[in-house]
Every structure is written in C-alpha cells, then in structure tokens.
Ligand binder design. Structure first.
Ligand code: SF4
Length: 282
C-alpha cells in the first residue's frame, strides 16, 4: 500500500507562529491562552500538561500573562488586560490583522461594514469589535439579501477561511442593494492552497484520511471536498480512530492534515496505517 501525503498538510503559517509564541513565552513566564489555542484537542491537551491553560476570559486567569490566539480578539480585550494588569502576547495571525484593519478603516470612512463569515466564529467576533460592534455579519446570500442596511455605501470584508463561492454570491446580493460596494477579499491563501491540495490528492488515491479536530471548520471542509471527488474519505482526530478494515484491498491512501493539525499527528497516522499492513501480512 502506498501512502501519499498532500502537498499542503499540517499547521498553517498563523498557527505555526502562535504555537512558537506560546512555547517561547511559556519558558520565560507562566502563561495561559485566551480560548483554546487552536481547534485541535491533541495540542490543547499537550499544552495543559505544560501548565498552559485555555481560559475563557481574562478574569479567569491566575497568571500575569495571556496569549491571544491566531483568530484575534476585539480591541476591548487589550483595554481589559491593561486594567487587570495582564501582559498580552499577541498571536493574532497577520492575515487576520488585515481583516481587522480593513473593517476599522471602512467603518471610519463612513461605510456600512458587512463581514461575510460565521457570526459566532472568534475571528468574526474580533473583526466586528474593530467597528465598535457596528458591522453586520452575513454567512449566506439569503442573509445578504435580507439584512437591514442603513446606508447605500457598503464596505465588505470576509473571514479568512470562508468559502470563495459563497462570499462572491453574498457580494452580488449586496451589489443589488447598494450604490457603492467596496470589497476587500481578505481570505487567506493557505485555505485555497490546502483545499486544492485535498482535491488533487482525492483524485490520485482510493481512500483519503483527513486528520484534524472535529471542531475545526477548515478540516471539516477538507473532508467534504475530498468526499465530493467520489473517493472514500474519513475524518479522524487521532490515529486511534483508524480501522484496519478501511484499508482492505486498498493500494493507495492519501493523508491530509488541517491547518491546526500537528505534523506529528499526521506522521503517527502514517505509522499506524503501515502497522495494519504488517499485521495483515503476518
Ligand atoms: S488559516 Fe490563514 S488566516 Fe488563519 S491562522 Fe492560518 S494563515 Fe492565518
């Protein structure tokens, strides 16, 4: 059985960066993270073992330093940290920073800001904060059609990991309703490259194993995309979920890790699949 790993797999730039930040800072001083650092329970558990806790608010921490994750936060968190005398180490991904800055600028320039994205996603909550809570959030063309607009000048940004086709349809709907629509395509290129790699992989193998947190929307999307190509696909979080029966008679297996999946877990998955083959032949 041949095992192929996708051209883009494992941590994206922003996640790699924030993990390095936590590792570096936690050696210097005790730190917590505001929210789980990434959508991957394996990594979150490992951090906990090192004493880095995911707190849901700044008030909850007993430490003097907290790391902001790649998704970013609304600006009032920085003010709250100052009041509580907590040192913030900012791991906001630079691509997310662009979305925040664009939303802020559009708001200051008098546009009605629309964020295309998932309302409850931490990144979107952070971005909306940069418009003093004024931005409207839409996640579907239907919402873009019906959301109450107060102005005829609309400024649009999009969540970094949002689907391009749905984003474009939302923009089209807004264009039917406004005189001016200023659009910034703030999607992150990692998402596209990874999705293209998943599609390519699915066309080359018989079975695809998508590795990543079940709560990671980018990983779930990779699973959907691979399955759509007509290949047998499985979404797992850890090698323990693998079943040897999935590989009976299979010659080529493809593996892809989500943006928050450590390379180590991908390698463990490879090893486990290889071990099935050995036990099968012995
Ligand atoms: S997916 Fe893109 S925007 Fe999000 S953390 Fe990774 S590199 Fe940054």
């Amino acid at each position: 059985m041949r095992i192929k790993i996708a051209d883009v797999s494992g941590f994206c730039f922003g996640v790699e960066r924030v993990i390095e930040l936590v590792e570096k800072k936690s050696k210097e001083t005790p730190v917590d993270t505001l929210g789980p650092l990434i959508h991957n329970p394996v990594v979150v558990r490992e951090l906990e073992k090192k004493g880095v806790k995911a707190v849901s608010s700044l008030k909850e921490t007993k430490k003097k330093a907290v790391v902001i994750r790649a998704h970013g936060v609304p600006p009032d968190i920085y003010r709250e940290a100052e009041n509580l005398n907590i040192n913030l180490f900012d791991g906001t991904c630079p691509f997310v920073k662009i979305v925040q800055n664009m939303a802020k600028k559009l708001c200051e320039d008098g546009y009605e800001v629309v964020v295309v994205g998932k309302k409850h996603h931490p990144e979107v909550i952070g971005v909306v904060g940069y418009t003093n809570g004024k931005a409207l959030v839409v996640s579907s063309p239907e919402e873009a059609r019906s959301i109450p607009l107060k102005k005829k000048r609309v400024g649009v940004v999009v969540q970094t990991t949002f689907r391009f086709d749905v984003f474009a349809k939302c923009v089209e709907e807004l264009m039917r309703r406004a005189h001016e629509v200023r659009v910034f395509n703030t999607r992150c290129s990692d998402t596209d490259r990874r999705q293209e790699a998943a599609i390519k992989l699915a066309k080359e193998v018989e079975v695809v194993i998508v590795v990543g947190g079940k709560n990671s929307s980018n990983t779930r999307r990779l699973y959907e995309l691979t399955e759509k190509q007509g290949v047998k696909a499985y979404h797992i979080e850890s090698p323990d979920e693998l079943k040897s029966s999935w590989f009976n008679g299979v010659e080529e297996v493809g593996i892809i890790g989500g943006a928050s999946t450590p390379q180590k877990v991908v390698e463990e998955v490879v090893e486990r699949i290889k071990s099935f083959e050995i036990s099968h032949h012995s």
